[in-house]
Design a protein around this ligand. Structure first.
Ligand SMILES: [Zn+2]
Length: 250
């Protein structure tokens, strides 16, 4: 029963994530204004806006103009729903679960915005930084996952510095912007959340996953070594890998 509740709750937040993914890069307000079809601008009725269910019921097309709805909407709601259920599986009803719910939604939004627009909005990274540092003040929080205050602050600073140094180095050598400051802020936020110890692993996993995923395109000559790829999604996948491996060892 609780799994279903967590899943439904997650898919509702996934629906909100969809709104952010669509509106944040366009600098539109995420809190007000009803959703409308991006094609015909028709307001979406509440019964056509139920996470997952409506998409399946409408068979993925707008009721008004029959234009295909991006499958990403369904994907984001499903990912959020399953992630919330997984958080509940690991941590039950706890502050840790609540924190991972927040992290999940921010990660989902960052993942899809960076993938498409090559930007990571400050609204999300700064929010994560603030929550990351505040939660580390509580010494009774899940010590196996979350660092103490000092490690958290060190993580935040080192996370930013790591990417900032890569940017600086790359600029000196290649005279080009190698990575964005958005990536620096994201890794900083993750440093605040999981401490400086997590950073080498996360950077290694992210780079490894990024390399493996562009390898087919490199071989087929669709990309070369100077092609732009968004790194945020890989930092997120790297963080998930780190958390899974860490959990395995525990
Ligand atoms: Zn429409």
């Amino acid at each position: 029963m609780f799994y279903i509740i967590a899943f439904v709750f997650g898919s509702i937040w996934g629906s909100f994530a969809n709104v952010c993914i669509y509106r944040l890069p366009a600098n539109k307000n995420v809190a007000t204004g009803r959703s409308c079809c991006p094609n015909c601008n028709n307001l979406i009725k509440w019964y056509d806006n139920i996470p997952i269910v409506s998409f399946l019921f409408l068979q993925g097309v707008c009721r008004n103009c029959s234009k295909k709805i991006n499958t990403q909407y369904l994907l984001v709601e499903l990912i959020s729903g399953f992630s919330f259920a997984i958080c509940y599986y690991f941590f039950g009803i706890s502050i840790t679960t609540l924190l991972f719910f927040i992290l999940t939604i921010c990660f989902v939004i960052i993942f899809f915005i960076d993938l498409k627009h090559f930007i990571i909005p400050n609204e999300l990274t700064v929010t994560l930084m603030v929550i990351g540092i505040i939660k580390s003040i509580d010494p009774d929080l899940n010590n196996e996952i979350f660092p103490n205050f000092i490690n958290s602050v060190l993580g935040g600073v080192i996370g930013y510095m790591l990417i900032w140094l890569i940017i600086l180095f790359y600029k000196k050598v290649r005279n080009k912007e190698g990575m964005g400051l958005g990536d620096a802020k994201l890794l900083s936020a993750i440093g605040f959340w999981f401490g400086w110890v997590s950073l080498p692993f996360i950077l290694f996993f992210s780079s490894f996953i990024a390399l493996v995923s562009v390898l087919p395109d490199l071989i087929k000559n669709k990309k070369n070594l100077t092609s732009q790829i968004p790194f945020g999604p890989f930092i997120i996948l790297g963080t998930l890998s780190y958390l899974l491996v860490k959990n395995y060892f525990i």
